[in-house]
Design a protein around this ligand. Structure first.
Ligand code: BG6
Length: 461
């Protein structure tokens, strides 16, 4: 069934950090591409006028991607600003007026989850929620119980088809193209099973710290911030079965099945780290035990993957910024006396650029039959004007396409996997900023070791 398009976009938290960094650039891009021509109403409690709000939007664009004067002028015509507290009936009365005749507004809650309850309630009682979609930001809860509670709050007034839980990683072109690459290439897909794969590892490295988000980060940590959501999505894309049909539910059904096959992570299969200097960050508790690095092993007990260990590693203040996964194939038996076979691998880089590579053994230059390692690589940098993740997810939510959003059961399964270990109080080991994490991370080590992504200076298009 074709979903109707939203005829207004309301975003709560309009003067916040996320709006400044990501939402205004996405809105300008949507206008430029012809995907946004409905009222865009910012709600916040900053006490601003519409002119101040527009100036803020311009400032955001100047700092994040640049102003396109034509698109920005159109965006300014669409922008409205509603001021007020999120639990004040008057705010929602003003919003109702601003919405005019809109029948299918999309309400984007770019606000802390603690405010979801009052906003959802007021949307409903004011009539602003009638026929509406609601878009919610990550993190969706802090554990299984809180995620369930948030779902219950949303379900009091909205049904699952109207709820869009953002994981912007899914909006990244290479991430959502993983399925296309897998299911259109025998050369990739035929090897992705326990028969051929020895292990899988995923690394998300960032070469910066918490960037002034200390207060948020110290309530969150690496597992909640990027593993339970972004990296589980990457894992699910790699491990899932082909969907029976290309529609959002069929695709999301397969992803949920992957998570269902994963046992909760054990404390012995997790190493947590914290970069030296984290405790001096503003907003961070002086004795914080929150991790800025985590390395873990998990097992996908499906027919396809049973017995193949999956490793995930993520951290701040590492040597490079890059997300990459490596599938290491089983070693072949030895045939040539001078050549101990090295396992082949498939390597996919999903951020910042796209790479797909095969690691192979080739004949050594002197034909001595000892072999040498080579990599065959396809690489592509994002093209100018390509959709950024936020533009993609907001465009899809406005169109009612659920594919790139996390369903209730997916979110709860993801929390189930990390919940016990989050509460088990494993030690946090200090590491040097710019290193690959604490030495203790070797306790959770893929066969053949961790593959450290190498930053590219230049890429071929
Ligand atoms: C966010 C996390 O969800 O994703 C950040 O909160 C992280 O800590 C970011 O840096 C990474 O996303 P991207 O798109 O910048 O690679």
């Amino acid at each position: 069934m074709k979903e109707s398009k939203s005829d207004a976009l309301v975003f709560f938290g309009a003067t916040g950090d996320l709006a400044h960094k990501k939402i205004f650039p996405a809105l300008q891009a949507m206008v430029k591409r012809g995907n946004l021509d409905v009222p865009v109403i910012g709600v916040a409690r900053a006490g601003w006028t519409l002119e101040q709000f527009r100036a803020h939007a311009r400032d955001s664009l100047e700092q994040h991607g640049g102003v396109d004067e034509t698109a920005f002028a159109k965006l300014c015509e669409l922008l409205q600003y509603v001021n007020g507290d999120y639990d004040d009936t008057a705010t929602f009365e003003s919003l109702r007026v601003a919405l005019g005749n809109a029948q299918r507004p999309a309400h984007y809650l770019a606000i802390p989850p603690a405010l979801f309850g009052p906003v959802v309630e007021k949307l409903a009682t004011s009539g602003c929620g009638k026929g509406a979609r609601v878009i919610v930001e990550k993190p969706f809860g802090t554990d299984l119980a809180s995620a369930r509670a948030l779902n219950q709050i949303l379900f009091t007034r909205f049904d699952e088809r109207s709820i869009f839980r953002i994981d912007h990683y899914l909006g990244k072109r290479p991430v959502h193209n993983m399925l296309f690459s897998r299911f259109t290439n025998a050369l990739v897909e035929s090897f992705l099973s326990r028969e051929h794969v020895e292990s899988v590892q995923i690394t998300m490295a960032e070469d910066f710290g918490v960037q002034g988000r200390g207060a948020f980060y110290d309530q969150t940590g690496t597992i909640r911030d990027v593993i339970q959501n972004h990296l589980f999505q990457v894992l699910a894309n790699l491990a899932m079965e082909p969907p029976a049909r290309i529609d959002s539910e069929s695709i999301r059904d397969e992803k949920v099945k992957v998570l269902k096959a994963i046992e909760p992570i054990k404390a012995a299969e997790l190493v947590r780290g914290q970069f030296r200097g984290y405790l001096d960050e503003r907003g961070v508790a002086r004795d914080s035990q929150v991790e800025t690095f985590a390395a873990l092993r998990l097992h996908v007990n499906s027919w396809r993957w049973q017995g193949v260990p999956f490793f995930i590693r993520a951290g701040k203040s590492l040597p490079v910024t890059c997300t990459e996964l490596t599938v290491r194939l089983r070693r072949l038996p030895k045939v040539f006396p001078g050549c101990d076979p090295v396992p082949n691998y498939l390597r996919f880089r999903v951020s910042p650029e796209v790479e797909a590579a095969f690691g192979l053994t080739v004949m050594d230059p002197d034909d001595r039959m000892i072999g040498q390692q080579a990599e065959m690589m396809l690489s592509r940098r994002p093209a100018a004007g390509e959709m950024d993740a936020y533009e993609r997810v907001l465009t899809d939510a406005m169109a009612g396409d659920q594919t790139l959003f996390a369903r209730e059961d997916y979110i709860e399964e993801a929390w189930r996997i990390v919940d016990p270990v989050l509460k088990s109080g494993t030690p946090v080991h200090v590491y040097r900023p710019g290193s690959w994490g604490p030495l203790e991370a070797t306790a959770v080590m893929p066969p053949g070791g961790w593959v450290n992504p190498v930053a590219r200076v230049a890429n071929s298009a």
